[in-house]
Design a protein around this ligand. Structure first.
Ligand code: ADP
Ligand code: ADP
Ligand code: MG
Length: 452
């Protein structure tokens, strides 16, 4: 087992990993930027090392600084969290060369999954349905035109190395294609350092459904049910739940079997998520693999009782799934997560600043994952996530009612947050009936604007 683990992240996920390490009796090292000196992950880790200025390129993404911190503090392993270096295969390789265990999949697998058109090909070869689209990265506008004509408009142009909902363009007609393709390429180049794009058929009203995976380093892969994340703004998730109201037992076990064999064939290990879109006929199509722990992992933890972050660490230390989960997984009840962001609840503009008043809800079935505290300053440099509010109930209705009372008791003063928006979502009749798709939020917002 590891003696000491460095957490190459910040905020709530750094604290989440510290919790898992403490429960496993592992010492922890936090790294932090100058803007995060007074953060809770620094306070609760056993040791902490400043790795640079506020800008993430100079601190949380600075590989030499992170590796130096690991060497100075003599850790055995590095947990990357999500975002930042978590899906950087080059970083995982440097860890390996420095004899530091990277808590994640093998670098070659991370590299494959990070190029979405390559992942599409691998999953398709393993028998998983993908959306019609280009076979690889687009070589030219002519090729794009040809592919789009064949699959039919509208099409979606997506960044190969994309993430966080960026670098996507819907193309409705051939006339629009050249300009939108150029925009997607330049956005992708700037955001991901890779300007490659590919084409996928655009689904009009999809549901986003994803399967949580744990895989050990001995070839065993297990699916721990699915999550639905159809409540999105700008292709970014805001509310997630497990199980999905659109997935029945038969579909769940059919998909689990497909995903398990495809990931075993890819040599996948550690935690991961296989994302799908469901079309209006209820058919699922692969879109991408996230080769890391995901923001919304707590909803799966609440319905399975499995600690996914502890599992990641134990798997990286060589554990077998047959020992970690001898009885397989049983799904219990329903869980919902609301992402509380420091944002204006209608305009979604960032709202960094000092939290002058804070009350966190609690009680039966309520979990709050956050690094926020009274007088904490939300810096403008990073993701706007302030807290994740998660509720568990024996039914979906109970989880919703619990979320409603928890949102009411969740008080954040000094900055804008998405709490009022979540209250409107939870009270919405379509949401309560489970009638979801990725345009739900846009419809709800425009209904509010046009209402008398
Ligand atoms: P999840 O799939 O876990 O819901 P999100 O899309 O919300 O993940 O992303 C989690 C965090 O990781 C966000 O801070 C997001 O900006 C960042 N992120 C995700 N993918 C990438 C990427 N390819 N490049 C840079 N940042 C990314
Ligand atoms: P990211 O890496 O940014 O998370 P994804 O491929 O996972 O990108 O897609 C993010 C979101 O974009 C999806 O949840 C969905 O809302 C939308 N999207 C992606 N592909 C399609 C598609 N082919 N048709 C319609 N919507 C899509
Ligand atoms: Mg995605």
């Amino acid at each position: 087992m590891f003696r000491k683990v460095l957490i190459a992240n910040r905020g709530e996920i750094a604290l989440r990993v510290i919790c898992a390490c403490k429960e496993l009796g592992i010492r922890t090292v936090a790294v932090y930027s100058e803007a995060d000196r007074n953060s809770l992950h620094v306070r609760f880790a056993d040791e902490a090392v400043c790795i640079g200025p506020a800008k993430s390129a100079l601190s949380y993404l600075n590989i030499p600084a992170v590796i130096s911190a690991a060497e100075i503090t003599n850790v055995d392993a590095i947990h990357p969290g999500y975002g930042f270096l978590s899906e950087n295969a080059g970083f995982a390789e440097v860890c390996e060369m420095s004899r530091l265990k990277f808590i994640g999949p093998r670098p070659d697998v991370t590299r494959l999954m990070g190029l979405k058109q390559e992942a599409r090909r691998a999953m398709s070869e393993a028998g998983i349905p993908i959306l019609p689209g280009s076979p690889g990265a687009l070589e030219s506008v002519e090729e794009a035109m040809e592919v789009a004509d064949k699959i039919g408009y509208p099409v979606l142009i997506k960044a190969s190395a994309g993430g966080g909902g960026r670098g996507m363009r819907v193309v409705a007609t051939p006339e629009d294609l050249p300009a939108l393709m150029a925009q997607a390429q330049s956005e992708a180049g700037a955001a991901f350092g890779n300007a490659d794009v590919y084409i996928e058929k655009f689904i009009g009203r999809p549901r986003h459904i994803e399967f949580q995976v744990l895989a050990d380093e001995h070839g065993t892969v297990r699916v721990l049910g699915e999550r639905e994340c159809s409540i999105q703004r700008r292709h970014q998730k805001l509310v997630e739940e497990a199980p999905s109201p659109a997935v029945n037992d038969a579909l769940r076990s059919e998909m689990a079997a497909q995903v398990e064999s495809a990931l075993a064939a890819a040599g996948y290990s550690n935690a991961g998520t296989v994302e799908f879109l469901m079309d209006e006929d209820g058919k699922l199509y692969f879109i991408e693999v996230n080769a890391r722990i995901q923001v919304e992992h707590p909803v799966t933890e609440l319905i399975t009782g499995v600690d996914l972050v502890k599992s990641q660490i134990l798997i990286a230390a060589g554990a077998r799934l047959s020992d970690l989960m001898p009885d397989g997984t049983v799904l219990r009840g329903h869980a919902i997560e609301c992402r509380i962001n420091a944002e204006h609840p209608e305009r979604f503009t960032p709202s960094p600043g000092r939290i002058t008043g804070l009350n966190l809800p609690g009680g039966i079935g309520v979990r709050v994952d956050t690094a926020a505290h009274q007088d904490a300053v939300i810096p403008p440099y990073y993701d706007s996530l302030v807290a994740k509010l998660i509720t568990h109930g024996s039914t979906r209705a109970e989880a919703i009612h619990r979320m409603q009372r928890a949102l009411e008791m969740f008080v954040v003063e000094g900055i804008y947050t998405t709490i009022p928006l979540h209250q409107r979502i939870m009270a919405n009749a379509d949401f309560q009936a489970g009638r979801l798709d990725t345009h739900f939020l846009a419809r709800m917002q425009s209904a509010a604007v046009t209402a008398p």
